[in-house]
Structures are given as C-alpha cells and as structure tokens.
Design a protein around this ligand. Structure first.
Ligand code: SF4
Length: 348
C-alpha cells in the first residue's frame, strides 16, 4: 500500500472528544483523536471492542445518541469546513451524500419492506433533487453492476431478503456510493460474512475507492484486514490513538506493545504450523469509566515502568510520519521529569 501524499485531504479529524455520561461516571469513549484521510486513500482504524473506533466514526457522521453521548471537543473538517458546527438540517445534506456509511449488518440500513429499486431511487433523489426517477433507476442499475450484482436490471426489483448476506453488503456499498460520496465509512463491513465473501467485499471497496477517488475509513478489530487494503493505520486503545503510521511502516516497525500484540495475534499463512496456538493479548480492555491519567495499557504490558502507572505518555514522532504514544519512546530524562512532576502534584 502506498500513501497518496499529493492527493487532496478530504477529511481531517482534530482532537475529537466524545464523552458519555452514565450513572457510574463519565465514559471518555473518544479522547483527543486526530487523523486525516486523502482522496482515494484508505485509512484503517483498529482496536478491540470498546476502544472507541466506532464512536469515532459515529461522531464523524454526527450520529452519536445525545443524551447520553456528546461531542465535547475538537473539529471534523470536511474539505476545510467544520461539520460539527453545522445544524442538523445542514448535516443531513452531508450525511449519505458527501459522507456515506456502511454497517456490519446491511439489514440495519435496508428497509425489508421496500424493493431495492425504491430504496436506491429514494436515496439518490433525496440528495439530488433534480434527478428524475428514470435517471435515478438507471444510475442505481449501473451501481449494482459496478459492485458485481448479476442481472442487475432484474435483481433491482427484489426485496433485501432475496439477496444473500454478501450480495446485501454489495447492495449497501452500491447505495452508499450512488450519491458520489467523497468519504465512505465502513464499520466492520465484513465481520458477519464468511472468509471468501469477506475478501471479495474488501477487494470491491478497494477497487471502487481507486476508481472513484473515494476516501475510505475502515473500522475493524482485525489487523489482518488492514494489511491487505489500507494505506494508513490508526491503532486505538481506551479512546485514544496509541500508534499511527503507514501500513508498511506499522508492520515493519510496530512500536507500541499493544500493536505488537495485535500483529502477533493475526494468523500467518506463511509461518504458522498446524496445531500452533494463536497468540492473544493477556488481560481485558480497561473499564473506560473515569480512567486514571496513566497509560491504560499498563496492566497488560510486560514492559510497564513506574511512569506508565502514573502519567499518560506523550505522542512522539519516531520518523517516517510514524507516531506512537508509549513511554518506551521517550528519553529517560523526560520520563524521570514526568514522574517527578506527578509526585509533586500528588503532594500538593
Ligand atoms: Fe507499556 Fe508503558 Fe508503553 Fe504503556 S507506556 S504501552 S505501559 S511501556
């Protein structure tokens, strides 16, 4: 995978914070997340469940249920404009039009009682008022052909349940792209599908992104998926990005112990032998309610130091645009100073 440094930045997320108020305390589901994605580029957001990856993207779509959730800080710049400042009405013209989302289960977005033709035509006409019904139908058929639905002219008159899981996901992708969206957010788009279909759908997203210049944000718990299709990767843990790099760089030089664990837990076709046990990261993801200001990975990390248990590590650029938030990449002097400052604050 190669970065596309000359392509235009389509979406930039800056210091995004989304919190949830619960009876037990405040959940900082997303706490200072920043990344950007360029035209035709695919960025993977990876982490275990509860890491904040889906909340990040629901925040980008402005689909956080409020209450209990609230975007409390940051910016989401779409072509330079902060969409967090738009009214809900203005946002509706972005959602599905400029930024589209495909979910793990297409049935959550498809209406089981309406034919695919009706749903696709409605989607196009909702966003482009001057498109006639006939034009919208023709475009829908084109999109279904593009995503590999055989006999698209006939199948478009079917209901969602008349398609297999993989075909339904293709229909969703066709719908998401039928409005020429510039950003496609795909939240675990293949988790419910079998391995062969998974590969086909991911390949399809990648092909369409290259063909149409669509920027893709792919949310997944599976670093194996990222390796095959993303240009960049953000690894999330407990609401923050702990490591960010190009995919090649991340695989060549994983620098956060959590990323190392994730990479080790991906099954390898080349070196794994039959009967090998798959590596898994010991311990549980942290409870994110009222997290203390330390490295939240420390109870699972075999390289944790005193400073890790007291202060959150700063983000360091370790070269090649590779960023990591881990005390292992901080000079000893700076670590000692952070620990001393923390002790001082405790005393005060
Ligand atoms: Fe491990 Fe410390 Fe790095 Fe956290 S900051 S991942 S505890 S070494």
């Amino acid at each position: 995978m190669s970065m596309k440094p000359d392509a235009k930045v389509v979406l930039e997320v800056k210091d995004l914070k989304t919190y949830f108020k619960t009876d037990a305390g405040v959940v900082k589901a997303v706490d200072g997340v920043s990344f950007s994605v360029r035209e035709g580029e695919t960025i993977g957001i990876v982490g275990e469940s509860g890491s904040g990856k889906s909340v990040t993207n629901l925040s980008v779509m402005r689909l956080i249920p409020s209450p209990p959730g609230k975007i409390v800080g940051g910016e989401v710049l779409f072509e330079g404009k902060d969409i967090l400042k738009l009214t809900e009405k203005q946002m509706r013209s972005y959602r599905g039009n400029k930024i589209s989302m495909i979910f793990q289960d297409p049935m959550t977005s498809l209406n089981p009682f309406l034919k695919i033709s009706t749903q696709m035509i409605e989607t196009i006409q909702l966003h482009e008022k001057d498109v006639s019904k006939q034009e919208a139908l023709e475009r829908s058929i084109e999109m279904l052909k593009l995503v590999g639905i055989p006999s698209a002219e006939k199948r478009i008159q079917s209901y969602p349940h008349q398609f297999s899981g993989g075909m339904r996901q293709r229909v969703m992708i066709a719908m998401a792209l039928s409005c020429n969206a510039e950003v496609l957010v795909a939240d675990e788009p293949t988790t419910a599908l079998d391995v062969t279909i998974q590969a086909q759908i991911l390949e399809l997203i990648q092909k369409l992104s290259a063909q149409m210049g669509t920027a893709v944000i792919l949310i997944t718990h599976d670093l194996g998926v990222v390796a095959g299709m993303c240009d960049q990767v953000c690894v999330m843990y407990a609401g923050r990005i702990v490591e960010k790099a190009s995919t090649d760089e991340l695989y060549a030089r994983p620098s956060h112990p959590y990323t190392e664990g994730l990479i080790k837990s991906v099954p390898r076709m080349d070196t794994s032998k039959k009967g090998d046990r798959l590596f898994s990261i010991e311990g549980q993801p942290p409870n994110v309610i009222d997290l203390p200001p330390c490295c939240p990975f420390h109870p699972r990390c075999n390289r944790a130091m005193d400073v890790c248990r007291s202060v959150y590590p700063p983000v360091k650029n370790i070269g090649n645009g590779h960023e990591v938030a881990c005390w292992l990449h901080v000079e000893e002097q700076e670590r000692a100073q952070a620990l001393a400052n923390d002790k001082q604050e405790e005393k005060a």
